[in-house]
Design a protein around this ligand. Structure first.
Ligand SMILES: CC(C)(COP(=O)(O)OP(=O)(O)OC[C@H]1O[C@@H](n2cnc3c(N)ncnc32)[C@H](O)[C@@H]1OP(=O)(O)O)[C@@H](O)C(=O)NCCC(=O)NCCS
Length: 137
């Protein structure tokens, strides 16, 4: 994520979208979504290239106004334009808001596992899982 230019903008297959808002005459970032082309995730559906939503966040003050939905819908459209057949996302189980959002947009849960990036013991004690969701286009 650190080098946005190199990791997202220099590759046509990747996407980085920012929602900007004008607040008191100043431009503020209200939300962003970053997505990368993934060449192969082993799933039951095969190993077709897909678009992976890598980062999605909407600022606290702008939540529940449809921005998250618009960002994900934009990524789905981009995925179609790129000729890719599915969008995938991994969400940790406490992120219930994000899970609701992706469900609402037609994503389905394809796997649940306990291999989180966070400290393994903490995740295990807190029963945090990684939920993979996919939308086939
Ligand atoms: C997840 C997130 C991006 C949603 O953004 P948002 O702009 O508030 O989402 P939307 O307004 O488009 O909401 C779409 C749907 O998500 C669900 N949702 C959003 N906020 C919710 C809340 N507080 N409680 C329950 N469901 C919620 C609802 O299903 C909602 O549809 P509805 O308003 O018709 O009921 C935002 O909450 C966020 O940045 N969370 C922290 C980061 C995160 O979890 N990122 C996802 C990692 S992949």
């Amino acid at each position: 994520m650190a080098d946005i230019q190199a990791n997202f903008m220099d590759s046509q297959a990747n996407g980085f979208w920012v929602v900007e808002m004008e607040v008191n005459g100043k431009s503020k970032v209200a939300g962003l979504l970053a997505a990368v082309k993934s060449d192969g995730w082993d799933t039951d559906a095969g190993n077709a290239p897909s678009l992976e939503v890598f980062q999605l966040v909407v600022s606290f003050s702008q939540r529940r106004k449809g921005l998250g939905t618009q960002l994900v819908e934009t990524a789905v459209e981009f995925c179609k334009e790129q000729g890719l057949s599915r969008v995938i996302v991994e969400i940790s189980s406490p992120q219930t808001t994000a899970i609701s959002l992706f469900c609402k947009l037609g994503f389905i849960v394809t796997s649940v596992n306990s291999n989180t990036h966070a400290n393994h013991l903490v995740s295990k004690l807190a029963r945090i899982n990684v939920i993979r969701m996919e939308k086939h286009l």
